[in-house]
Ligand binder design. Structure first.
Ligand code: MN
Length: 257
């Protein structure tokens, strides 16, 4: 039986994780290695300066005092009896759409799996949605990934709407308009504190995006690539290199530029 590694960022006791494990059970031997506590918005953090402890919750379920990426690292690089054929992260309680994926611990777990060479998916459900339905979508996508594979350095970010999906769309990431403000208030001792609040998120053009698909009642599947190099910018910035080097040479020889 192939080994599947499941994790999340809502913690090992989250109902979304249980639903995902139930749904993927028939695809292989499901192992859960998940944070012992909620780690939402932990992004891609790794724990490098204190020991990680693994506590067995029940058969093939383990809780780790670390981040989602720690869990994937442990699972893929030696804790499991075999290298997993798939990493699945979720089902996250709440969507991970557009630019928000850069904060997401759910998506970062799939990034970690991808960086370690294992096909990986992240699955998130809009607040109020049916977690069993999201898990069914996850099984569909996972099955396809196991059969067809994924391009190198590519993961799938799946978002399921609150109402039963009208279908599944392949999408691109939407873009958030950052209109929020930091809220400054005074604590009881008269010192300022700050709250990263942000009002209701506002979004740019929805056409073809994950946000647009979910808004129209479809599950969104967005392939994300982990080569963050901007090739277009690299080409556009070709003139920077001689200019910077000329300036640097003048700097080193002590002449004013
Ligand atoms: Mn979460």
């Amino acid at each position: 039986m192939p080994v599947l590694l499941l994790t999340n960022d809502d913690g090992v006791h989250a109902t979304g994780l249980r639903a995902l494990a139930d749904a993927l059970d028939e695809l292989g031997e499901v192992y859960v290695v998940a944070p012992e506590r909620e780690q939402s918005a932990s992004s891609h953090a790794l724990t490098l300066h204190r020991p990680l402890r693994v506590a067995r919750v029940r058969e093939r379920w383990f809780a780790v005092n670390g981040t989602p990426s720690d869990c994937v690292n442990l699972g893929v690089l030696g804790f499991l009896p075999a290298r997993p054929v798939l990493v699945a992260s979720g089902v996250n309680h709440g969507s991970n759409l557009g630019d928000d994926v850069t904060y997401s611990g759910t998506v970062a777990a799939a990034m970690e799996g991808t960086l370690l060479g294992v096909p990986s998916i992240a699955v998130s459900l809009v607040d109020g949605g049916d977690v069993a339905e999201a898990a069914r979508i996850a099984r569909l996508i996972a099955t396809r990934v196991l059969v067809a594979g994924l391009p190198r350095k590519t993961l799938l970010n799946v978002n399921v709407p609150a109402a039963p999906p009208r279908g599944i769309r392949l999408t691109r990431l939407g873009h958030r308009m950052y209109t929020g403000k930091v809220v400054e208030q005074l604590d009881p001792r008269g010192r300022a504190y700050y709250w990263i609040a942000g009002g209701e998120p506002e979004w740019g053009a929805l056409e073809g995006t994950d946000m647009g698909a979910v808004h129209e009642g479809y599950a969104a599947v967005t392939p994300l690539h982990l080569d963050l190099t901007d090739d277009r910018a690299l080409a556009e910035m070709a003139a920077w290199s001689p200019a910077l080097n000329a300036q640097y040479r003048r700097l080193r020889t002590g002449k004013k530029s």
